[in-house]
Design a protein. Structure first.
Length: 230
């Protein structure tokens, strides 16, 4: 599959990764891997089966046998995530589920169990991979690696706005604290910590609006991906 291009987009939450990856997958009509959704589904499955975050063997077994489906419309857009055949799209998007995912994500054997599932998304005509370790571990040979950052304060504000728009009550100070805690856990863990690959292009989105980030990245894609007629 080495001739099938992959663009990795890594970084902490609230940097605009999700929206940027959806845009890229839709524009290029490529496949889309939302790896965070996989960790979130695993956390949801663990809750469903009453498995605690310290029960490593059970979590690994769960990860190996996870019955998850990503329903897509066309190449790029993720419509629904199913766990054991049931729609889990909204359940996995809560702050609680994101935090639960980051508590089990440091377990190296769990990460290993999810590796081949993630690599299976690498199919023609190409893949956009969104996560924390896409450029460093899962797709080290990626065609283009992007790492998005933004200040913790700006990310908390964006998340707050997103939740408000969805009609979900949120407190900015609590959100900031939760984001800081999750960042700390994700970036200090031994297994595949959140960090930019050495050959990644780092973009700080703190003072950029989404259109500016998209313009910047689209240009990078045009200049990097061979044979692109876009
Ligand atoms: O990106 P998202 O917020 O959906 O990810 C939820 C959690 O899953 C992250 O905080 C992180 O702990 C974990 N994760 C990971 N590696 C990835 C994607 C997500 O460890 N590639």
């Amino acid at each position: 599959m080495s001739n099938v291009p992959v663009i990795t987009v890594d970084g902490p939450s609230g940097t605009g990764k999700g929206i940027i990856c959806s845009y890229l997958a839709d524009w290029l009509q490529w496949h889309f891997l939302d790896s965070g959704a996989l960790y979130r589904v695993l956390a949801l499955a663990a809750e469903k089966h009453h498995i605690n975050s310290d029960e490593e063997a059970k979590l690994v077994n769960l990860a190996e046998n996870l019955n998850v489906e990503f329903e897509v419309a066309g190449a790029g857009s993720l419509v629904n995530v199913l766990l054991d055949g049931e729609v889990a799209t909204d359940d996995i998007r809560t702050e609680t589920c994101g935090n639960a995912a980051s508590v089990i994500a440091p377990i190296a054997k769990v990460r290993k169990a999810l590796l081949s599932r993630q690599r299976a998304f690498h199919e023609p005509p190409g893949l956009i991979a969104d996560g924390r370790d896409m450029g460093t571990v899962v797709f080290p040979e990626a065609t283009l690696k992007i790492y998005l950052t933004a200040s913790a304060e700006e990310r908390a504000k964006r998340r707050y706005k997103q939740l408000k728009e969805k009609g979900i009550n949120a407190n900015l100070r609590d959100l900031s604290a939760a984001i800081a805690e999750r960042d700390e856990r994700d970036s200090t863990r031994a297994a595949s910590p959140l960090k930019a690959a050495e050959d990644a292009i780092v973009i700080d989105t703190s003072s950029l609006d989404i259109d500016a980030v998209l313009a910047n990245i689209s240009e990078l894609v045009r200049n990097t991906v061979p044979g692109l007629q876009k």
